[in-house]
Design a protein around this ligand. Structure first.
Ligand code: S3P
Length: 449
């Protein structure tokens, strides 16, 4: 839902060693997709481990508005009685997707080839984000979109009545765009093809195959060519959502930079399209190990163990790794500030159109707390101050962005004077148990009046 009440400022104090086991919540990307694909199957899909963050709850409400029966049982299992591909009803009110770009863009794709009209809106962050990257390819199916200038929400989409299959090369590396086109292709006849030059997270492809669609990925000179046969009958599934590597990043990185720490974060998916941060940290010299590596539900999984790492060095992050760690650059910049030497991050233009302009938000806040940062349109460089070298003492603006909020709180634990954020409310979108979880590890978080 748009807005989340009054801002809730919070301070992270310099903390002692972080110790213990951090059980982070379910994967946000997989949670959204479980609800959406479940609603497009015929019969009951059951989901355990769903992330019950506000972004995902907003998608659950949207699926109900489209006519699916979505309920949460007392033991935390979610049940979705789907309406089948092409079976969506027209919502009788505006769909409010809150803070979630993934939610709104996947929902646009899912309804684009049904003969219904839907008006989408969101909070101030989401209303400032570009939607043309999704409505442009959806127009090729015959979908019409009427929004504000530069493709901003609120926006009404009129679904195609006689959809055409589409062949589309994504102009930006985006799993949301890829997934929106594939979701629209479900209710179009024939083959829909999406081509991406750089691999982005492949949860939609994996889940489509799991639900019984015919989908294949070929790696060619053009890039990854994903082909979907339209108008399948999706078969309901039993889904165990793995834990979110993007949430695991926070206790892992907090432990690496906070003196004396030793933290285990169990059961984290290490799908190569998501695990770029952990490789980067290891390249920097982090004491980060993968314990009990195993396969679960076709995904590589391990328990991550992170220990305080006083010898980390800044590196040039390989730009080809960007898509596999795109949500992790804010917390990486905090680790970089506590390493020796400069960390150079290039090829990251997409960071400027996330829940906030993440390069600007992190650069501004780090500078206020005594760190030197240089930045340009698609790059930034953080000058490391060595272990415990971040002064702190300032209050930073989080711009309705959960990952900016959590990144600065983690920075505060290892800083000299603590760091305050102007609003911790957005953390509820993706990591509702962040505060008690970090507190149980020994971190000091205090609400500010
Ligand atoms: C997501 C894709 C990424 C990521 C977002 C989740 C997804 O966005 O930043 O948090 O679940 O498909 P883009 O597709 O815009 O890169």
């Amino acid at each position: 839902m748009s807005g989340h009440g009054d801002p809730k400022p919070m301070m992270a104090r310099k903390s002692g060693a972080l110790m213990g086991v951090a059980e982070v919540p379910g994967d946000k990307s997989i949670s959204h997709r479980s609800l959406i694909f479940g609603a497009m199957a015929v019969g009951e899909t059951r989901v355990t481990g769903l992330l019950e963050g506000q972004d995902v709850l907003d998608t659950a409400a949207a699926m109900r508005a489209f006519g699916a029966d979505v309920t949460r049982e007392a033991d935390g299992t979610w049940s979705i009685h789907g309406v089948g591909v092409g079976g969506f009803a027209e919502p009788d009110d505006v769909l409010d997707c809150g803070n979630s770009g993934t939610g709104v863009r996947l929902l646009m794709g899912a309804m684009a080839t049904s003969p219904i009209s839907v008006t989408f809106t969101g909070d101030a962050s989401l209303r400032s984000r570009p939607m043309a990257r999704v409505t442009d390819p959806l127009a090729l199916f015959g979908t019409k979109a009427y929004g504000r200038a530069q493709g901003r929400l609120p926006m009404t989409l009129v679904g195609a009545t006689d959809p055409m299959p589409v062949r589309y090369t994504t102009p930006v590396p985006s799993a949301q765009v890829k997934s929106a086109v594939l979701l629209a292709g479900l209710n179009a006849p024939g083959e829909t093809v999406v081509i991406e030059e750089e691999a982005t997270r492949d949860h939609s492809e994996r889940m489509l195959a799991g639900f019984g669609a015919v989908v294949s990925t070929d790696v060619t000179a053009e890039g990854r060519v994903i082909t979907l046969q339209g108008q399948p009958e999706l078969k309901p599934q039993v889904i165990a959502v793995p834990r979110d590597p993007s949430s695991a990043a926070f206790p892992v990185c907090a432990a690496l930079i906070t003196e004396g720490s030793d933290v285990v974060v169990p059961n984290i998916g290490l799908n190569p399209t998501r695990a770029g941060l952990f490789e980067t940290l290891r390249d920097m010299g982090a004491d980060l190990t993968y314990e009990n590596p195993r396969e679960e539900g076709g995904e590589p999984v391990a328990d991550l163990r992170a220990k305080f790492s006083p010898n980390m060095k800044g590196i040039e992050v390989p730009p080809e790794r960007a898509a596999s760690m795109i949500d992790e650059y804010p917390i990486l910049s905090v680790v970089a500030a506590n390493a020796e030497g400069a960390t150079v991050m290039r090829g990251v233009k997409e960071l400027r159109v996330k829940e906030s302009d993440r390069i600007a938000a992190m650069a501004d806040g780090l500078r206020l707390n005594g760190v030197t940062v240089e930045d340009g349109p698609d790059w930034w460089i953080v000058e490391g101050r060595g272990p415990g070298g971040v002064k702190g003492g300032a209050t930073v603006a989080t711009h309705l962005d959960h990952r900016i909020a959590m990144s600065f709180l983690c920075a505060g634990f290892a800083s000299q004077e603590g760091i305050t954020i102007d609003d911790s409310g957005p953390i509820l979108t993706s990591f509702p148990i962040f505060e008690p979880l970090m507190g149980a590890l020994g971190a000091t978080l205090v609400p500010v009046a």
